[in-house]
Design a protein around this ligand. Sequence first.
Ligand SMILES: Cc1cc2nc3c(=O)[nH]c(=O)nc-3n(C[C@H](O)[C@H](O)[C@H](O)COP(=O)(O)O)c2cc1C
Ligand SMILES: [Fe+2]
Ligand SMILES: [Fe+2]
Length: 412
Amino acid sequence: MKTTEVTEGIFRLSANVEDILFEGIWPIPNGVSMNSYIVKGTKAAIVDGVCDWDGVPQTLYDQLDRMQIDINDLDYVIMNHLEPDHSGWFRSFLQLRSDVTVITSEKGAELVKHFYGYEGDIRAVKTGDTLDLGEGRVLLFAEIPNVHWPETIATYDTKSKTLLPCDAFGSFGSIGEKMYDDQLDEQELAFFEQEATRYYANIVGPFSAFVQRAIDKLKDIEIKIIAPGHGIVWRRNPAKIVGDYIRYASYSKGPAKTDVTVLYASMYGMTARGIDPVIEGLRSEGVTVHVHRLPEAPWGDALASVWQSSGVVVAAPTYEYKMFPPMAALLEELGRKKALNRKAFSFGSYGWSGGAQKELAEITERNRMNWDFLEPVEFRGAPTSEHLELIRQRGKELAVKVTEWVAASPAS
Ligand SMILES: Cc1cc2nc3c(=O)[nH]c(=O)nc-3n(C[C@H](O)[C@H](O)[C@H](O)COP(=O)(O)O)c2cc1C
Ligand SMILES: [Fe+2]
Ligand SMILES: [Fe+2]
């Protein structure tokens, strides 16, 4: 990948990673980029790094070579965030060079020691602290805890008004030759918007209150460029990704879009017979419907879909006195990710005594999800035509509730 100049004195290095589960759990069908930045005054800093997966640090070193930057010429390693997708390369860096000044937060300093055994010069910064690189390039730091880990900071270059926020404002999606919003056409921007939504729902979602707080904290600084740790760099319209992140954060408590996600699972097709009728009922009121069958659907997609939806249909049979396991696991994860306050409807088949609905109630209560359910429809074995009609009706009712909720929200 090419090294490019983001703006005078700031260079972007990057590596794409594909064919992995991000964080060991999330499929990334379109890959993800790990972005790192060289910021130069008379002194040079590297801000954020890359992971230590197969060959990735070498990609970074090759890019430094091509820029004719000797690793010994780096004066500072600025670690905004210690998660190893950004800091992993530091292990190999320490084999090339044993001493460097690390800039991070106080909590970050502890993690540098624990993850990399580094006992050298570590400088802990707080909100408002600055670092003068010379030639008028003064970096300003801001603590943005829990976006994404508790130690996270953002680095701001006062000279070019570039914000380097690491995970915040990031997106999934590998990056090719075009890496700036000013190089992308509408279709390409729409692709990265989808990737940003899935990234947000999968990675950042539970920290939505902190995202909002971080955005409030950065409100008073003029931002001309946003250069995140993943995804494209925003040079033409940084306000776009900030606005999107404010919207994604608001989806945690809802309402989100006028969309309904249908999550379903079925062993022998009994529960599945209700899917067409429920979709028909939902669509009769004009809402957009997304359907995910478990366990086949990638978790990351199902989660991103619920994140953007104000309504959810949960359709699953009873399995060993409880809810069909992949559905229970996904619901549990939706609770942890804080997909709260959805309008919802559930139905499903059972053989003798049921149990799926009871577990559904347990999961939503335990996770304080506050999902507002219509009366469920349960049936033994195959649904009758009356059951199917009832399911269609409930789908329609759910769509009406979702539409009213979205219309009543101030953001709509
Ligand atoms: C492995 C297994 C475990 C089951 N456990 C229960 C159970 O504990 N209680 C119950 O009422 N039905 C149980 N059933 C019956 C299913 O809920 C029933 O067959 C239902 O119609 C399946 O719906 P589906 O075809 O949509 O998967 C079980 C079925 C299977 C295959
Ligand atoms: Fe992270
Ligand atoms: Fe990250």
